[in-house]
Write a protein that binds this ligand. Structure first.
Ligand SMILES: O=c1ccn([C@@H]2O[C@H](COP(=O)(O)OP(=O)(O)O[C@H]3O[C@H](CO)[C@H](O)[C@H](O)[C@H]3O)[C@@H](O)[C@H]2O)c(=O)[nH]1
Length: 419
């Protein structure tokens, strides 16, 4: 019988190998951290050359980059998996199947698939959060609840079966410190979908300063926080009002900003300008900005559980438009840009057609009085949505009857809204 000593040499060699690989792995991680810190704080301002290698945290894990923004698929040093509360790092070397797998505890909410949604408790926001969770994302919602309530998000969590993936932070975008603490606590956002904003056309005519201060300042705080924390994908919820007096059906290349009839529309126009100007600047050129211009969304989720809280286009489909926009931005890899899409049915409905459709859906007679146009309202605006269909693969699929039926179901099940 041989003694245990015969195993000593292989064990020693194996252990040395493991130690050496572990050392290399730790050194790689340290180097990656250094590189990231350099990039973040702008210490390495030198022009990158095609031959200079760099460590990159990619979707699949830590990889060696070519120095030109690309990575070679074979260069993966370790895979990174996001768990519920931890980041799991698994070295790709076959000799180390599990020895170096260790969870890095993280603040709740961090995940490479985490999306920040501002105004996510609102009408379109809550439908979008639902679709994002169904698509596998974890969502951090920042909302001041000025025009919504948390119950909408509880219902979204219940409908998806993943309440843990809907993380709510009550915060006002005007409160820069609160916003900073959301990024510091939940950071690492892959993208931001920005809905938060005041949206009542009539009120904006009566209180323009409130609208300018709120919508513009809040967005500037958000953009600064995203910039500080390296979140470079923005999907912005804009509005058809930016087309002002343009002739319908409006296409994305028609001029914007002329003849806008109300301060709400002006805020959307100015925010589009902020985004375009920043994206064109050296600091923002790697950002991917997708601007979605809505055309009066109508409807509710088919479950009747979420809809517009009482405090024509197709609402659930518009929420899908946000996912399509995220996919579009992600598919552009490292190529930044600013892209604009109309989301609408391509068909205009008159107010009387809406009344008739609601009568049909509810089986009730609706009394109405024909009066003056409300301050700030346009007479007619409807979209040409063909660019979204061509480039995003998005199309409004439901007709007026479907939208009013879902809207009526929501109204019947929730006559007082979310209570
Ligand atoms: O300063 C603010 C203003 C609003 N909100 C929140 O933002 C959400 C906005 O949702 P709404 O239901 O009021 O609005 P919609 O989802 O219907 O509207 C969305 O689409 C509109 C276009 O039709 C506008 O683009 C609007 O900004 C965008 O939120 C609400 O939860 C509200 O509480 C904030 O958190 N901070």
């Amino acid at each position: 019988m041989k003694g245990l000593g015969q195993y000593a040499a292989p064990i020693f060699m194996g252990a040395s190998l493991l130690y050496a690989l572990g050392q290399k792995h730790r050194e790689d991680l340290r180097k990656a951290r250094r590189d990231r810190a350099h990039n973040r704080y702008g210490k390495s301002r030198g022009k990158r050359t095609g031959s200079k290698k760099e460590m990159k945290l990619t979707e699949k894990g830590l990889a060696v980059g070519n120095g030109d923004g690309r990575t070679d698929p074979g260069s993966l040093l370790c895979a990174v998996y996001a768990g519920q509360d931890a980041l799991h790092v698994l070295p790709s070397h076959p000799l180390l199947p599990s020895l170096l797998r260790y969870p890095l505890p993280l603040s709740r909410g961090f995940s490479p698939t985490s999306i920040l949604v501002t105004g996510g408790a609102g009408y379109i926001g809550s439908h979008t959060v639902l679709l994002l969770v169904e698509a596998g994302y974890e969502v951090v919602v920042v909302d001041s609840l000025v025009n919504s309530c948390e119950e909408a998000l509880r219902r979204v969590g219940a409908l998806t079966g993943h309440p843990e993936k809907v993380i709510f932070c009550k915060a006002d975008l005007l409160d820069e410190q609160a916003l900073e603490s959301v990024f510091a606590t939940h950071g690492g956002f892959r993208a931001c979908v920005h809905f938060a904003g005041l949206k009542a056309v009539g009120e904006s005519v009566a209180k323009p300063l409130l609208y300018y201060a709120n919508n513009l300042t809040g967005t500037l705080h958000l953009l600064n926080a995203m910039h500080r924390h390296g979140c470079k994908i923005m999907v912005f919820s804009s509005s058809a009002t930016v087309y002002g007096s343009a002739q319908s059906p409006v296409t994305e290349d028609q001029p914007v900003g002329q003849g806008i009839t109300n301060p709400y529309g002006q805020t959307k126009y100015f925010i589009e300008k902020f985004l375009e100007d920043f994206q064109r600047s050296p600091e923002g050129k790697s950002w991917k900005v997708v601007i979605l211009r809505y055309f009066n969304p109508v409807g509710a989720h088919e479950s009747g559980r979420i809809g517009e809280d009482p405090s024509g286009s197709d609402l659930p489909a518009e929420a899908e438009g946000h996912l399509a926009a995220l996919d579009y931005a992600k598919a552009r890899g490292h190529h930044g840009g600013c892209f604009v899409f109309n989301l609408g049915t391509g068909k205009g409905y008159s107010v009387l057609e809406m009344v008739t459709a609601m009568e049909k859906a509810s089986g009730r007679k609706i009394n109405y009085v024909i009066g003056e146009r409300r301050p700030g309202d346009l007479d007619e605006v409807y979209s040409d949505p063909s660019k979204a269909e061509r480039e995003l693969g998005w199309k409004a699929t439901r007709g007026l009857d479907d939208m009013t039926r879902d809207l009526w179901r929501w109204q019947q099940q929730n006559p007082q809204g979310y209570i």
